[in-house]
Design a protein. Structure first.
Length: 575
């Protein structure tokens, strides 16, 4: 036993000497500029430590780069770093830090030589159609933009002619393919020939119908690609400067045939390129379309669906869609021309009473300096239906009141909006417009109102987000019977926020979710409920008095008695 202690002491002494030599190694054997030292880093972030030169945290894995610090780091071993001593400090072994020749980076790949890289690319692209198309585009780029355009047009034609269904597994592949073609147009064609690039981008947009006809793009993955292409069109139009009349005719055609909303906003985006002349021509064509509704079939009408009112006919649907297209196009043109009255004219008097529509009208009237009319527009709605009043209508009315200089009325309306919907934005704006020191009293008054609000979970969400955690905890303790475990989207963040300083309130919120999941046998929530039960156990140690509420042991025992046969839950809870 004594010999073992002596060995340990000698071992510690030996390593003390080693670390002393390490600390002096750079000065003695690897001189470097003053206050600089080279160390290996595996991609970690260096953070300064109080009282030390520099502390670097390393991740496990191969050495990736060499960094130069302005101060010499302390060479303290890090047992959690996962990096060997020789890898962490290679210069201690008598070698200078150098990048590994096996690291996958551009410099190392260049060392393979063009011939070897070409052979590797051929090998890697075998059986990978996307890689082959990318390589062909790169090769075409060496021959000029015309060849790139030819390759892109060829690929777009293939996509347009294809009839195979695009399932969810292929959707990302097709989206990446489309992005490759779009980027080729913008990066390899547009720079030297923006007019040709614009024509090619129109062809790109025309592929959308074929794509959407054979896929379910509920995620919006494919539509987002065409939205980017539409923005590219606007950029190309600025550079290409097309004839406004010809551009207006093209916009009219795509607007009329917009089957999947891929051209939404095209008029607004191309308005600068259309100019006054193009917009006027486009407006005439849209108005002519409105005056000539699609013909109705008298015989053999095609039924495409059924509703509570009877059959839905194809020609009626086509006519209804045309009216929507015309209205939206004329509104976009009106906005581009700054014609507020033309925008308003697209809504009948009854529709203008809808709060969301009234808000749009009021915003445009305010921008035109017509505040009185803006206020009249928002006040024309049916205000007896508060559930249907959106926040944008409230903001429009406040803006109109402020534009008219009626600041006190604007403040009163902000307070009313806060009381109606517990809107944090309106309360913050209300407090901001109060004189100094009045805001504190007003805030307390507002929080008192929230705490007594009839909607418990609405109030709890407000207090957590504001934040007023003391009041949130008090709300839970005072109104614990109103906790509904089905409101997990409110109770989970509330429990997380309250856990540190209000463990009892957090526990009650967690218990509500646990009991709801078990009482309703919601198997999909058992994993979360089990985690909540373990959280309750951890919180219990920090609760001095449970008061009128069960201790954790009593709560768990009651769960065992009522739900002891729910083996899935208990296996997760005791895992």
């Amino acid at each position: 036993m004594v010999n073992r202690k002596v060995d340990v002491i000698n071992y510690i002494g030996f390593w003390r000497k080693i670390f002393f030599l390490i600390s002096k190694w750079d000065t003695l054997f690897c001189p470097s500029p003053p206050f600089q030292s080279l160390i290996w880093s595996s991609g970690a972030t260096a953070k300064p430590r109080m009282g030390s030169a520099m502390s670097t945290t390393h991740n496990s894995g191969p050495v990736r780069r060499m960094e130069v610090w302005t101060k010499r780091p302390r060479f303290a071993p890090d047992p959690t770093s996962g990096i060997s001593f020789s890898r962490r400090y290679p210069h201690i072994l008598g070698t200078c830090a150098m990048a590994s020749g096996k690291t996958l980076n551009a410099k190392n790949l260049e060392a393979l030589g063009a011939q070897r890289l070409a052979a590797l690319l051929i090998e890697i692209s075998k059986g990978d159609a996307a890689a082959k198309r990318r390589l062909r585009l790169e090769l075409a780029g060496t021959q000029g933009p015309t060849e790139v355009a030819r390759e892109v047009r060829k690929r777009l034609g293939t996509l347009a002619r294809s009839r195979s269904f695009i399932d969810w597994q292929k959707r990302t592949v097709v989206a990446n393919d489309l992005q490759t073609q779009r980027k080729a147009i913008m990066e390899k064609v547009a720079k030297s020939d923006p007019a040709a690039a614009m024509d090619l981008m129109w062809s790109f947009m025309e592929v959308a119908d074929s794509i959407f006809d054979r896929t379910d793009d509920s995620s919006g993955t494919l539509l987002s690609v065409f939205e980017e292409a539409l923005e590219d069109l606007a950029e190309l139009a600025k550079a290409a400067k097309p004839d406004p009349i010809a551009l207006a005719d093209k916009v009219f055609l795509v607007t009329e045939a917009d089957s999947y909303n891929q051209y939404d906003g095209v008029i607004s985006l191309l308005a600068p390129a259309l100019g006054a002349k193009g917009l006027a021509h486009l407006k005439k064509r849209i108005e002519a379309l409105a005056a000539k509704p699609p013909p109705k079939s008298k015989d053999d009408r095609v039924v495409i669906g059924w509703s509570s009112n009877g059959p839905i006919y194809e020609d009626e649907t086509r006519e209804r869609m045309q009216r929507i297209v015309v209205r939206m196009a004329l509104q976009e043109i009106a906005d581009a021309q700054g014609d507020v009255d033309a925008f308003i004219a697209q809504y009948d008097p009854e529709t203008r009473r809808v709060p969301s529509i009234a808000a749009k009208i009021a915003d445009r009237l305010l921008q035109a300096g017509r505040a009185e009319e803006a206020l009249a527009a928002v006040d024309a709605i049916d205000q007896d239906r508060p559930a249907f009043i959106p926040p944008e209508w409230e903001d429009a009315r406040i803006g109109a009141l402020e534009a008219l200089g009626r600041m006190e009325e604007a403040q009163d309306f902000r307070w009313a909006c806060f009381q109606r919907s517990l809107s944090q934005d309106h309360l913050k704006a209300y407090l901001k417009h109060l004189p100094d020191f009045d805001d504190m009293e007003a805030e307390e008054k507002a929080l008192d109102f929230v705490q007594s609000h009839p909607s418990f979970h609405h109030a709890l969400h407000f207090l957590i987000e504001w934040p007023s955690l003391d009041r949130a905890a008090s709300l839970i303790l005072d109104r614990v019977r109103e906790l509904d475990g089905d409101h997990y989207y409110v109770l989970t963040p509330a429990a997380d926020a309250l856990a540190e300083k209000h463990p009892l309130a957090a526990t009650l919120a967690l218990r509500a979710m646990i009991e709801f999941a078990l009482d309703r046998a919601r198997g999909k929530r058992y994993r979360h409920a089990a985690r909540h039960l373990m959280d309750c156990q951890g919180l219990a140690a920090r609760i001095d008095q449970f008061g009128d509420h069960e201790s954790h042991e009593a709560f768990e025992a009651r769960l065992q008695g009522r739900h002891g046969r729910k083996s899935l839950f208990w296996s997760l809870a005791h895992d």
